[in-house]
Ligand binder design. Structure first.
Ligand SMILES: [Zn+2]
Ligand SMILES: [Zn+2]
Length: 275
């Protein structure tokens, strides 16, 4: 990714109280002796010489070693991993013959082990501070060779929106939190271009086609005043941000709206995890 700062301003775990928060930047090393920084998963103190930003600020070494990164070979559309030696690009059976509205989807990790646990705590136990570590994982998606050579500073990060009532219950939109953090770290602008206008029934029991049908009309462009469409979308290149990619039905419907109604030229889905 050209022309973007690679320094990672994702701070490590937050200080447990305000006083420490003020003192830690100044007396960091000393405070670590008294109040050790803890691994966000196993709660073991991280070594005193661990970096203060990026993944290693959050994980002890054994937990960092357990992060299940997505590695090739994987489906060139949805990112599903496969065993074996594929020497060419391929589409998995799930994507073959299916019209997905995004160009392709990149996930940083598989939704297993420590990553599944972190996403669960972030979303359902409302541990908002975990957005830092999840965004640090999400950053890995930008290393995908298909984005090499792109000037990502001209792209937009667009979070998958939650319906108002769902966001009210959860108190935050996990995708938006991740997009904001990633935007801070990389300088890529964040645009709340989409709106979820209809809550949908649970998708779990539906098959592929039914899921897509179920989502029709669930998303719309967030209009500016005077009901104009967001001008920045026309011809734009979008990184559509979500926490977990499962079937791709939701992100595909978002991408369809961004393209057909917003005029976006390219939509690439990036997620922390691949379910
Ligand atoms: Zn650990
Ligand atoms: Zn696929």
């Amino acid at each position: 990714m050209a022309d973007l700062p690679r320094a990672m301003p994702f701070p490590g775990p937050p200080a447990p109280n305000r006083l420490q928060g003020l003192l830690r930047p100044v007396f960091g090393g000393l405070l670590d002796l008294i109040y050790p920084r803890l691994c966000c998963l196993c709660k073991v103190p991280v070594p005193l010489d661990a970096p203060r930003a990026g993944m290693r600020a959050w994980f002890c070494q054994p937990c960092a070693d357990e992060v299940p990164w997505v590695e090739p070979p994987f489906c060139k559309v949805c990112g599903e991993m496969y065993d074996g030696a594929f020497t060419h690009d391929f589409r998995c059976m799930n994507c073959d013959g299916r019209r997905l509205a995004f160009d392709f989807a990149i996930a940083a990790c598989r939704a297993e082990g420590p990553v599944r646990e972190l996403v669960h705590q972030f979303k359902y136990e409302r541990k908002l501070h975990l957005r830092g570590v999840l965004a640090a994982l999400l950053l890995k998606t930008l290393d995908d060779p298909r984005l090499a050579g792109e000037d990502l500073a001209t792209w937009r990060l667009v979070p998958v929106p939650l319906h108002r009532s769902r966001e009210h219950d959860r108190e935050f939109n996990q995708s938006r939190e991740l997009a904001l953090r990633l935007g801070q770290a990389t300088g890529i602008p964040v645009s709340d271009a989409l709106l979820r206008c209809r809550e949908t029934d649970t998708q779990a029991r539906l098959d592929r086609e039914e899921r897509l049908q179920n989502l029709r009309g669930a998303f719309a462009l967030r209009r500016t005043r005077y009901r104009r469409r967001p001008p920045s979308l026309q011809g734009g290149r979008i990184l559509l941000v979500d926490d977990v990619f499962t079937t791709g039905a939701t992100t595909s419907e978002c991408a369809r709206v961004l393209r057909q109604e917003g005029g976006a030229e390219k939509v690439v889905v990036i997620t922390v995890a691949r379910g």
